[in-house]
Structure formats: C-alpha cells, structure tokens
Design a protein around this ligand. Structure first.
Ligand code: HEM
Length: 153
C-alpha cells in the first residue's frame, strides 16, 4: 500500500474519532442541561438515538486506529485506561441522565462524567494512563502506523 494511502486512512479515522469526541461531549453537555431545566427534551426521538450512533462511531474509529497502530486495550496501558474510563463515563452518564434518583444526584454524576471525559482526553494527548506524569506514555513515533511519517509534537 503506498504510504500516502496508509497515512490518509489513519488520519481519516482520527478526524472521525475527534469529530465524534466533540459531538459526543456537546450532546452530553446539552442533555445534562435539559435534564435539569427542560427534561421533556430528553424524550425527543433524535435525542434518544443520535448519541448512541455517535458513540458507536467513536468506539469503532478507536478500534480501527488501535488495530492500525497495533496497540490494544489490556496490552497498552494508555488504551486500557481509555477503555476503562470510557466504561466509567458511560455508567456516570446513565446515572446523570436516567438512573439518578434526585436532581442533585444526577447533577453530581453529570459533573463527574465530565471530569472522566477530560481525563480520557488527557490520556489521549499524553498517551499515558497518568497524564500528569507523561513520562509513562508511549512516544508518538512508536505509535505511527506503517507508512505514516512521524512528526515531532
Ligand atoms: C470518550 C471517549 C474518548 C475520548 C474523549 C477520546 C479522545 C481522543 C482524542 C482527543 C484523541 C486525539 C489525540 C491526539 O491528537 O494526539 C484520540 C486519539 C485516539 N484514541 Fe481516543 N478517545 C476516546 C475513546 C477511545 C477508546 C475507547 C480508544 C481505544 C480503546 C481510543 C483510541 C484512540 C487512538 C488509538 C487514538 C489515536 C492516537 C494517535 O494517533 O495519536 N479512544 N482520542
């Protein structure tokens, strides 16, 4: 495969992943605000469907990239951290938007979910399960897929 194609494929998945990250966060922020101020919005059909589609594409693009750079959850620490934190984000998100008994409980879960979300972003940017100690991370050079020209960041 010519290097240019390999590079484009990976970057396409990365752009898709990033687009889903931004959309997923925006929708979660909005749904939290609706939960507190106008819960009837949460029952709209598109509000019940679109976030699941976005999150599925987010995970799909993540898996595609992970296999292209041959780094996998439960093998590479930073991807294990991302996956486990994603599960926590999902649980907190469901308490925030559905299972929480009181508005206060839901609001606390909504804020905690956002903290977890930003932890995941920090793990992605440092490629370290401990983003505050990035020395633990994987250097960008090591995760460049075949055919991709590593760039210093
Ligand atoms: C809410 C969940 C997630 C968020 C917010 C998120 C966020 C991000 C961000 C911001 C980047 C770009 C990093 C950069 O530009 O250097 C990224 C890249 C990436 N993410 Fe995720 N991610 C999530 C879930 C996952 C999961 C579950 C996996 C895999 C198990 C994953 C695998 C990857 C991979 C392989 C890259 C590419 C790394 C690179 O080429 O630098 N992501 N993610």
């Amino acid at each position: 495969m010519p290097p240019a194609i390999g590079r484009m494929d990976y970057l396409t998945f990365k752009m898709l992943h990033l687009g889903c990250v931004v959309t997923s966060y925006a929708l979660f922020l909005l749904r939290g605000l609706w939960m507190m101020f106008s819960p009837e919005w949460l029952h709209r059909r598109w509000v019940r469907i679109v976030p699941h589609v976005v999150d599925t594409v987010l995970l799909g693009s993540a898996m595609a990239m992970a296999s292209m750079i041959r780094q996998y959850p439960f093998v590479a620490g930073w991807l294990t951290a991302k996956l486990l934190a994603l599960l926590l984000y999902i649980v907190l998100g469901s308490v925030a938007l559905k299972r929480g008994r009181t508005t206060k409980q839901r609001a606390v879960a909504w804020l905690a979910a956002q903290a977890v979300f930003f932890y995941i972003v920090a793990v992605a940017l440092t490629r370290s399960p401990l983003p505050w100690a990035p020395g633990w991370g994987v250097a960008p050079l090591q995760i460049a897929p075949a055919g991709m020209v590593p760039v210093s960041r």
